[in-house]
Design a protein around this ligand. Sequence first.
Ligand code: CTP
Length: 132
Amino acid sequence: MTRVLTFGTFDVFHVGHVNVLLRAANLGDHLTVGVSSDELNMSKKGRYPVYREEHRLAIVKNLACVDDVFVEESLELKGEYIKKFRADVLVMGDDWAGKFDHYSDQCEVVYLPRTPEVSTTDIIQSIKERLD
Ligand code: CTP
């Protein structure tokens, strides 16, 4: 059995999110997703997510391609999470290309291309513009 692990905020869930999760799931038999905590998102992106942690977890957890979810509390703990969830494959978006290669002694590291022209940041921006 091949176990796949991936991470993300998955705020204002969109088609880029479902695409990366489907592709990650297709790389193995079991997909675990680390969903960034609200505090981690604040430190990473300088803003709190629109959807709070429990809601983002509930959305991701209930996707047919996802087997297990947990809250990612720190970017520094990836190695621990790989061990804990016995990951054979770590999947990241190619916006992180090369940044996680040092985990290749623990598991295979795969970077998947992002879906073009969609992001949570752009969706939030376009909603703001519509309201102005
Ligand atoms: N992702 C993707 N294609 C997109 C947007 C996101 O494949 N168009 C992937 C990311 O590479 C990551 C996962 O979805 O593996 C979660 O990304 P996240 O940062 O939550 O989404 P973004 O839309 O990139 O959010 P933001 O605009 O806030 O950075």
